[in-house]
Design a protein around this ligand. Structure first.
Ligand code: SAH
Length: 225
C-alpha cells in the first residue's frame, strides 16, 4: 500500500520477495538441488539475523561482517554446506560455531534434532534469544569449546563446523555415527587459505574430499594447542 513503507507487514513482504529471489538466483540457478534445503532457505528470515542497519544487505550474494569479529556466511555457502550434510527429518546434527544462529535455523527447518555449540557468551545468549523468539525453540545449545564436540549426545548423523580448523579434529570424527557426514573448513598450511572438507564415515573407514575454497573465522580453543 502506498505510503506505508515503514509498516511492518509491507516491509516484511519486501524481505520475503528478496528472499525468494535469493533462493532462485543464488541457489537453484547454481547447483543446490536438495528440495529440503531450498525450502529451508526460503523459510528462514535471514534479515532478522543481522543488525538492523544491515537488513537491506541481508539477501546479497555474499557474507556479511556483523560486528565483534563475527560474520554471517554467504547464503550459497550455508545452503551448500547444508546440502552436503545429506539431512533427513530425523537426522541428529551437531553444529560448531552458532554465531548469530542463522545456519542453526536453516538446520532446524529440516530436522528438530540440532545441537549447537558456541564459545562466546554474548553471541550464545543473543542467538538463543533470537532462535526462541522466531519459534526455533527445539534447538539444544551449549556454551563451550566446540573442539570437544558434544560427547554426551554422540553419535551424530551429521556435523557442521562453521569456523576454520587447523586440521580435522579427531574428537569430532569419533562423534560421527556410521555413515555420518561432516563438513568443515580446514586451513591449508600457513597460506591463509582454507578448503571446505567433506568427510564420510563408512564401514571401510573415513573418506575425505576437498569441495572448494572458503573463508571462515578461525576455530579457537583447545584445537589451537
Ligand atoms: N554459523 C554462523 C557463522 C558463525 S561465525 C552463521 O550462520 O553465519 C563462527 C562462529 O564460531 C563464531 O561465532 C565464533 O565465536 C565461533 N567459534 C569459534 N571457535 C569456536 C569453538 N572452539 N567452539 C565453538 N564456537 C566457536
Amino acid at each position: 500500500m502506498a505510503g506505508l513503507d515503514n509498516n511492518f507487514s509491507s516491509n516484511n513482504d519486501q524481505f520475503v520477495s528478496r528472499r525468494m529471489r535469493m533462493v532462485d538466483q543464488q541457489l537453484a540457478r547454481r547447483d543446490i538441488r536438495d528440495n529440503a534445503v531450498l525450502a529451508a532457505m526460503r523459510a528462514v528470515p535471514r534479515h532478522l539475523f543481522v543488525p538492523k542497519k544491515q537488513r537491506d544487505e541481508a539477501y546479497h550474494d555474499g557474507p556479511l561482517s556483523i560486528g565483534r569479529g563475527q560474520t554471517i556466511s554467504q547464503p550459497y555457502i550455508v545452503a551448500s554446506m547444508t546440502e552436503h550434510l545429506e539431512l533427513t527429518a530425523d537426522s541428529k546434527v551437531l553444529e560448531i560455531g552458532t554465531g548469530c544462529g542463522y545456519q542453526t535455523a536453516v538446520l532446524l527447518e529440516i530436522t528438530e534434532y540440532v545441537f549447537s555449540v558456541e564459545r562466546i557468551e554474548s553471541l550464545f545468549d543473543n542467538a538463543r534469544k533470537r532462535l526462541n523468539k522466531l519459534g526455533y525453540s527445539k534447538v539444544q545449545m551449549k556454551l563451550d569449546d566446540g573442539s570437544n564436540g558434544w560427547p554426551e549426545e554422540a553419535p551424530f548423523d551429521a556435523i557442521i563446523v562453521t569456523a576454520a580448523a587447523p586440521h580435522v579434529p579427531q574428537t569430532l570424527v569419533d562423534q560421527l555415527a556410521d555413515s555420518g557426514r561432516m563438513v568443515i573448513p580446514v586451513e591449508k598450511g600457513t597460506s591463509g587459505r582454507q578448503e571446505l572438507i567433506k568427510l564420510v564415515k563408512t564401514s571401510e573407514g573415513i573418506t575425505e574430499r576437498s569441495l572448494y575454497e572458503v573463508r571462515f573465522v578461525p576455530l579457537m580453543g583447545e584445537i589451537e594447542k
